[in-house]
Design a protein around this ligand. Structure first.
Ligand code: 6GU
Length: 246
């Protein structure tokens, strides 16, 4: 997968050199290209923002540098990417969205700062490519950079060969299938007793069926405690008779 990121702070993306995503980039599974938006300005101050029409607080990103930057990124002629614009006004980024994006060959992220990017930029590119305005949650960040780090990590770990263990994707909280809308339960490793606290006996029993049942019960309990609204959305077909008793 190719990912282009346009930002006035490309240094925000240094963590993409590290760990799973860093390894995927070294192997070529993931081709991340960073671009400095100010490289497409032409004034001595390298201006990217201006005051909002209609008045109001803050600054808005000018369409000109964005148009030149995006034209230049798109010109590399590797087909048509999806353009993703992080904004608290966007549609929610979920595991389902991450899965869908992980199937794309090419994503371009346009990181806004201040009050956002002049809306004509999204209108213009929306006529040429799929454009998604996406939010990572109901809070406001200072800019889209951290949201893009979140999305690149969530999407990148779903690419074939990025995770050591393919099963762990299927068992993720929010993964489609049996665990859809359920949070993962608690996990344990050695030693079997730590500071007098024992690992739940069932996990040492070797009864795979009973362990799977226990894990599902714990997932239901944790979901009920931390995210009760998710239980309300559970697909009745994925609830079995024993689930209803938990
Ligand atoms: Cl995608 N961007 C910004 N600036 N703030 C956010 C966000 C995105 N998602 C939640 N808050």
């Amino acid at each position: 997968m190719r990912i282009d990121i346009v930002s006035i702070f490309p240094e925000y993306f240094a963590p993409l050199d590290v760990s799973l995503i860093g390894k995927a980039r070294e192997r070529g599974t993931l081709d991340v290209r960073l671009h400095q938006l100010r490289d497409w300005t032409h004034d001595i101050h390298r201006t990217v923002d201006d005051t909002p029409y209609g008045g109001g607080p803050g600054m808005v990103m000018k369409p000109d540098p964005w148009g030149e930057a995006l034209d230049s990124v798109l010109a590399s002629d590797e087909g048509t990417p999806r353009l993703i614009v992080p904004t608290p006004s966007g549609r929610p980024f979920t595991q389902e969205v991450a899965l869908r994006l992980s199937e794309e060959p090419w994503l371009v992220f346009a990181c806004g700062r201040y009050e956002g990017i002049d809306s004509r930029v999204m209108a213009e590119y929306g006529e040429r490519l799929p454009v998604d305005e996406v939010s990572i949650g109901d809070y406001v960040l200072a800019g889209g950079e951290v949201a893009v780090l979140v999305m690149v990590e969530a999407v990148g770990r779903l690419l074939p060969g990025v995770l050591g263990n393919v099963r762990s994707v299927a068992d993720d909280s929010f993964a489609p299938g049996a665990m859809a809308n359920l949070l993962e339960g608690p996990v344990y490793t050695k030693p079997p007793v730590w500071r007098g606290r024992e690992v739940p006996e069932i996990l040492l029993s070797g009864h795979h069926g009973r362990i799977a049942r226990w894990r599902r019960d714990e997932a239901l309990r944790r979901t009920s405690a931390n995210r009760p609204e998710l239980l309300a959305d559970l697909d009745p077909d994925t609830l079995d008779k024993r689930d209803r008793e938990v």
